[in-house]
Design a binder for this molecule. Structure first.
Ligand SMILES: O=C(O)CCC(=O)C(=O)O
Ligand SMILES: [Fe+2]
Length: 351
């Protein structure tokens, strides 16, 4: 990934006037025996419904995979994927390195804190700025090589961490492209129909390591508040501890139970725009628990920064009027950094 890409996304966060350090520096969770007022949410997080069928699981080796993907994206905006080809050894390595990072003492993690101007490094999730209460979580964001921050954490022992993070991003870029292709095929779109992406040389991606420490009062705490991802698609590896939930209209919050070695695939806002709303963008959140430290690893795959993204004309007709005006990912991220979950409304045509 080149530095240009890096700069363009960080610029979106740089211009966000709401950034302040309270919303960047996480609590020292280990010393908190009680949930502090600053982290106590009035909305209860314990309500969830059980549904007969959960988020669909798609085996990429299944001849029906394309059909299953379409159904899942239309109904849920999410599915879990197995037989994806990413080596289990790499998944174990990234889990190990992520736990190694978050297991460091707080004062050491703060050596790699993200500055208000940047989008990489250690800190609270960026969406914290939109809420008066703080999240029970911490994160570490990476674009390309994490060398700069990793060196601050481990001056002499950062090589394994960096190698695993770089290798993981390479693998997940390949898998993202493959799944994106299957999504387009499932809607009958060819390369020609999504030229803006197929001609592009520089897709952008961000790797986000998330940590949800053991929490003294999980029913009043929030790991990560409800949001949609701004990406084309997100590949989430949630290891074996549950906490992720997806919202379904007329149903409520549905737990997304971990499947060993599987990725959760989220349809992001950019994909929702390209397919003129046919695929849902997944509204999801993460809850915390009292017994297990949970980690997750999110890989956000997006379009090149300055290519106009708009609904494919193949998916626009009398029954499906065009929903969104063209927008670049750069523009959209700026808007999301100001309007958060309302950003799609700002580019939606009046009907
Ligand atoms: O930790 C999870 O399960 C969800 C993480 C997530 O949604 C994100 O990083 O955007
Ligand atoms: Fe997310």
């Amino acid at each position: 990934m080149n530095n240009n890409n890096n700069n363009s996304v960080s610029a979106s966060f740089k211009t966000n006037p709401m950034m302040n350090l309270d919303h960047i520096i996480p609590l020292d969770f280990k010393t908190a025996l009680k949930l502090p007022e600053s982290h106590s949410w009035s909305t209860t997080t314990s309500t969830h419904v059980e549904v007969d069928a959960g988020v669909p699981v798609v085996d990429l080796g299944d001849p029906e995979a394309v059909t299953l993907i379409r159904g899942a994206c239309e109904k849920w905006g999410m599915f879990q994927v197995t037989s994806h080809g990413v080596p289990i050894k790499l998944l174990n390595q990234i889990e190990f390195q992520t736990k190694r990072l978050f297991g460091l003492p707080t004062n050491q993690k703060l050596l790699a804190v993200r500055s208000p101007e940047e989008c990489t490094g250690y800190g609270l999730p960026r969406i914290s700025t939109f809420f008066s209460k703080l999240f029970w979580s911490e994160g570490f964001s990476i674009m390309g090589s994490p060398l700069h921050h990793a060196r601050q954490l481990w001056p002499n022992h950062h090589f394994d961490f960096c190698n695993v993070m770089v290798e993981y991003q390479k693998e997940l870029m390949g898998l993202s492209e493959r799944i994106l292709g299957l999504m387009f095929t499932s809607m009958g779109l060819t390369q020609e129909d999504v030229k803006c992406l197929s001609e592009s040389k520089h897709p952008q991606a961000l790797l986000q390591l998330n940590s949800y420490p053991v929490c003294p009062d999980p029913t009043r705490a929030m790991g990560l508040a409800p949001h949609t991802d701004s990406s084309l698609l997100t590949l989430l590896y949630q290891t074996n501890i549950s906490g992720l939930q997806v919202f379904r209209e007329n149903v409520g919050w549905v737990p997304v139970n971990p499947i060993s070695g599987a990725f959760v695939v989220n349809v992001g806002d950019m994909m929702h725009i390209i397919c003129n709303g046919r695929f849902k963008t997944a509204l999801h959140r993460a809850l915390v628990n009292q017994t297990h430290h949970r980690i997750s690893i999110a890989y956000f795959y997006g379009p090149p920064k300055d290519v106009n993204i708009s609904p494919s004309i193949r998916l626009v007709d009398r029954d499906h009027p065009i929903l969104y005006r063209p927008v670049t990912w750069k523009e959209y991220l700026d808007s999301k950094a100001t309007h958060f979950n309302k950003a799609l409304d700002f580019i939606r045509f009046e009907v």
